[in-house]
Design a protein around this ligand. Sequence first.
Ligand code: SAM
Ligand code: SF4
Length: 328
Amino acid sequence: MQLIDQFNRKVDYIRVSVTDRCDFRCVYCMSEKMTFLPKSTVLSLEEIERLIRVFSELGVKKVRLTGGEPLVRRGIDNLFKSIGKIKALDEITLTTNGSQLQSKAQMLKDAGVERINVSLDSLDPLTFKKMTRTGDINKVLDGIHSAIEVGFKKIKINTVLMKQINEKELYNLVDYAIKYYLDISFIEEMPLGDTDYDRQSTSVSNDDILLKLKEKYLLSKADVTTSGPAEYFYIKNTQTKVGLISPHSHNFCENCNRVRISCKGELFLCLGQDTKIELMPLIRENPHNDEPLKEAILNSMAIKPKSHNFNLADQKPSVVRFMSHTGG
Ligand code: SAM
Ligand code: SF4
């Protein structure tokens, strides 16, 4: 069985937010005083496992666990271990802020995770603190180095550059990635959730980043197809690929192969649209029968939007939900 939408796009990739909670409060992601969801409204780890298994039976091959911060959820080790046993999955990946990575890296490797993305916006302790509000750079760097020692196939740094905050760290971060044989991607800030920042004044365009990169590095376009909003370049004479993730561009929508599941069990069919169906009631009302769930997921393909609708010029966020709720 396969998930094919109304525009003939095959969906074989899911991103699952396993919690809305986080130990950081990154300025572009959350407001300083976030209110988190009550526990009863969030999927249990067993429910998440079941959902991932059901998607795998519908042809999904790749799962990314995200959040919030996935590694702060109690019991997360068991979830990784159990989904690591689902044979139909080709790839299990993780996006993390790295704060817990030092103690979790080996567990992740043992569970079969081969690639991880670690968010790192600054190498300067003060700027790092300013951007994450609560984060400790040393813990994150220790986490990255544990992950390097454990030997993942690929570790990618994710960075959001913000004007007058960490924009000046572009070269430092790329040099760090080169030094440790990591990849690095720059994500353009997306208007998700009402944070305390004026996004128009902080957002840095990937066109500008590309120009600056070309001033210092020799880049050659990488022939990587991700079906996502990323463009990749090899940095000559290094092992590092640099990615530019531009969700504002519409170019990637026609090859979109993914859907997102929030920690509340909402199936979001597009990151930039509110179109969704609620899976939690189907999960809870049918504890021993996956058919209603499967049917709903198959039917959802008829409403997957053609493209997103981001517009940074709008005064209000185009989508009111937070990235931490839906998962990045
Ligand atoms: N807590 C984990 C982390 O930070 O990697 C996983 C969840 S976080 C929502 C996933 C990614 O989304 C991070 O790389 C973060 O930088 C990015 N992100 C969060 N809010 C964003 C926004 N408004 N625009 C662009 N990227 C954002
Ligand atoms: Fe937490 Fe990740 Fe959002 Fe930062 S980007 S607040 S680490 S969920």
